[in-house]
Design a protein around this ligand. Sequence first.
Ligand SMILES: Cc1cc2nc3c(=O)[nH]c(=O)nc-3n(C[C@H](O)[C@H](O)[C@H](O)COP(=O)(O)OP(=O)(O)OC[C@H]3O[C@@H](n4cnc5c(N)ncnc54)[C@H](O)[C@@H]3O)c2cc1C
Length: 436
Amino acid sequence: METLHHIVVVGGGAGGLELVTSLGDKLGRKQKARISLVDAGLTHVWKPLLHEVASGSLDANANEINYRAHARKHHYEFQLGRMSGLDRANKHIIIAPFRDEDGQEVVPERRLQYDTLVIAVGSTANDFGTPGAQEHCLFLDSLKQARRFHNLMLNAFLRKNHEALQGQPHTLNISIIGAGATGVELAAELRLASRELPIYGMNHLKSSDVSISVIEAADRILPALPGRLSSAATRELERQKVQVLTGQPVSEVRNDRLIMKDGTELPSEMTIWAAGIKAPPFLAELDGLETNRGNQLIVEQTLRTTKDPDIFAFGDCAACPQPDSDRPVPPRAQAAHQQADTLFKTLCHRLEGKEAVPFVYNDHGSLINFSKYTTVGNLMGNLSGRSMYIEGKVARLFYVSLYRMHQVALHGFLRTGVIWLMDKISRAMHPRLKLH
Ligand SMILES: Cc1cc2nc3c(=O)[nH]c(=O)nc-3n(C[C@H](O)[C@H](O)[C@H](O)COP(=O)(O)OP(=O)(O)OC[C@H]3O[C@@H](n4cnc5c(N)ncnc54)[C@H](O)[C@@H]3O)c2cc1C
């Protein structure tokens, strides 16, 4: 019996899950290829929602997708496990032993054969080796970390509320290192959390007792975005009583303070690292595949790795060149979404012996959401290539539409419509903030 061509996608994130869904629907359903997804976790939550999970303004359970259930519906296979290596000669990926929460081995190291391999394992925060960062910072790379942050924040609020009741000093200093989109949006979410908590019983703690600082090494916040957006965002943060410190590289993180490069100190009991990204280190030792300094797999414009025609990579873990630019495609959900589309076409072509499709990134603009307060952004004109500044409700609509597009890719239009309706009802019925 002829065996089916096996496409293995590693990483079911913003890009990988969209890709296996369309491959499963098109090729898996008709038995034209066998499609497998390998992910280190059992469920998917769209990463750009993590700062809302951290602050409690979004209930992750309602936005979580179980890979096994999704795989069944969309005709692909799911394997739980963390890829740790590659054997290109035998076309095997190596999956590390799976251990339970107590460290007991549940499944030993395994191998999975592939005909075509796609690596989409995303990225994690890059602390650039800053002393103390790993020990004292919180990170927002996974749902587990976002939930941990949320619990720590609630406990900190409780502690400070109690200290206020006792008449003791009770300022809570929260610092966010890195004023890219994640850091700026997280600051606004935290300010909302600090404003609404007293409603739920913490009557002795005022919003002004929660000091929130955003620290950026560059000379302005949102350094990768146009200056006008950066100025609008600075004004909005200041309006929300968030301290904005620019041109201030952090040289050390301690448990209760930050030490700046110029020697000044900033008290900080909760520190979140949101500056820079790097791809997972195991990619740098992947059987001779080419990587850059940030561990990203170097790919051609077709998203094919430079050293192996059967291996593709995309999303945050890949450095994909852009025509007319010396910078690779930026690590964004928007880019992963578009790359999943292109790779879907390429992989269908591949089964028919046709050419790969080159990827061209279409930057639709950038939007920064300040929780329920406002949204600012710039939209790119497709023809003119010029950007248009937008803010308020219109900008918020475009911001939300990025997530809705991801949901459409995973569930189709009809189900996304139903999910949208259920979200509306849930928001009307439940408190704005998750309190446990
Ligand atoms: C808090 C936050 C807010 C953001 N906001 C925005 C935004 O507003 N707009 C925007 O465009 N971008 C935003 N981003 C960036 C965006 O989330 C990423 O660019 C996008 O998720 C990248 O998609 P990906 O598929 O490459 O990786 P991811 O979505 O990170 O998915 C990677 C997947 O790989 C799995 N994995 C990792 N290692 C392994 C392994 N060894 N074996 C098996 N599985 C593995 C992970 O479990 C995960 O499911 C934000 C990021 C963060 C952290």
